[in-house]
Design a protein around this ligand. Structure first.
Ligand SMILES: Nc1ncnc2c1ncn2[C@@H]1O[C@H](COP(=O)(O)OP(=O)(O)OP(=O)(O)O)[C@@H](O)[C@H]1O
Length: 240
């Protein structure tokens, strides 16, 4: 059954705002009685000096490590994915709040690698245990920038136009409400090393398109997808 879980991650800052309290999975925000800090209410009235509760599946505090976030958010989704259920991990937040850090991680330190890298490691480790099946892993990396979709893993099709340096992908409606991404390249990743390299390549390509006046990766959305194709050794039946 489809299920959406929401998590909050608090970003460590030197001057932390202390107007909130965390109690298990509830974040209580206090809006102080201060003219500079008001919220627009439902009837466009300005409100201050009140508290409201925001409910999450779980809240990760400032001290939460990348490993804790991965274990808490991603492990079950990947386990289900390996058993044939689609899953999505989606990072949402205003600029500078830590989406890239959480998903891609900090490439300088192994311990701070992000969700995507850890997800690939877990997928290949689990697949190694399944010797009775013939499994192929494919990857794709899509970017949506200013309403246009691009393929981040098709550098051969790059153009020289700075705003559209990658091959364009057309999004069309498919059968039963599905969505077809025409022109998005799929890459067979025979082992984890190849998969991690493709992930890094896509991330790097996204950054290459940036200029000092165009913080492209902050203004675009990226979708990294892993596809599994499974066949029992003695069967022709494909499961995707
Ligand atoms: N949990 C964290 N621990 C340590 N540093 C963090 C954490 N979260 C974010 N940062 C740091 O904060 C800065 C901004 O984070 P990040 O680039 O991930 O934000 P973002 O949400 O992806 O922003 P944008 O939407 O502009 O791309 C980075 O320098 C990042 O390393």
């Amino acid at each position: 059954m489809a299920q959406i879980k929401t998590y909050a991650r608090l970003k460590p800052t030197k001057k932390a705002y202390n107007g909130y309290v965390i109690s298990k999975n509830v974040l209580t925000m206090h809006i102080p009685d201060n003219k500079d800090f008001v919220i627009l209410g439902p009837q466009n009235n300005l409100r201050s000096n009140f508290s409201y509760d925001i409910l999450f599946t779980n809240i990760f505090g400032c001290e939460a490590s990348q490993e804790e976030v991965f274990d808490g958010v991603a492990k079950d989704i990947i386990q289900n994915f390996l058993n044939g259920y689609n899953g999505t991990i989606f990072a949402y937040g205003q600029t500078g709040t830590g989406k890239t850090y959480t998903v891609e991680g900090n490439t300088n330190r192994y311990s701070t690698r992000g969700l995507a890298t850890r997800a690939l490691s877990m997928i290949y480790q689990e697949l190694e245990k399944r010797s009775d099946q013939h499994i192929s892993v494919y990857l794709s990396y899509l970017e949506i920038y200013q309403e246009v979709a691009y393929d981040l893993l098709n550098p051969a099709a790059r153009s020289t136009i700075p705003i559209a340096p990658f091959a364009r992908v057309t999004v069309v409606e498919g059968p039963r409400g599905s969505c077809i991404l025409r022109g998005l390249s799929l890459h067979l990743a025979a082992n984890e090393e190849i998969a991690q390299m493709l992930l890094l390549q896509g991330q790097a390509n996204r950054k290459v398109a940036e200029t000092p006046v165009n913080q492209r990766s902050s203004r675009s959305h990226a979708v990294f997808t892993v596809y599994l194709q499974v066949r029992k050794h003695d069967s022709d039946v494909l499961v995707k």
